[in-house]
Design a protein around this ligand. Structure first.
Ligand SMILES: [Zn+2]
Length: 87
């Protein structure tokens, strides 16, 4: 380790909150997951369209697992992510 870093409160907070910006809650993450995965698969910039999602997925294993499952399903053609039903 050649880099000298002074651990301070900001670093500690960053470690807890993730690298940047406000992070989604699991609930918000779940609600946006279909859209996020669709954007990812379509090659769109999903991280820009759904701010906070990436940070959450990196810090939340459960949601990341959901994302991977959903993505695998869609890629296999077993599930589609339809637009939210209008009620
Ligand atoms: Zn989560």
């Amino acid at each position: 380790m050649s880099e000298r870093r002074r651990p301070d409160d900001v670093d500690v907070l960053r470690g807890l909150l993730g690298p940047e910006g406000p992070e989604l809650s699991c609930e918000a993450c779940f609600e946006a997951l279909d859209r996020y995965v669709e954007l990812e698969l379509s090659g769109a910039d999903a991280d820009a369209r759904v701010p906070g999602m990436r940070a959450h997925l990196e810090g939340c294993g459960a949601c990341d697992e959901d994302r991977r499952s959903l993505r695998a399903l869609i890629e296999a053609g077993l599930a589609s992510a339809p637009p939210a039903p209008a009620d």
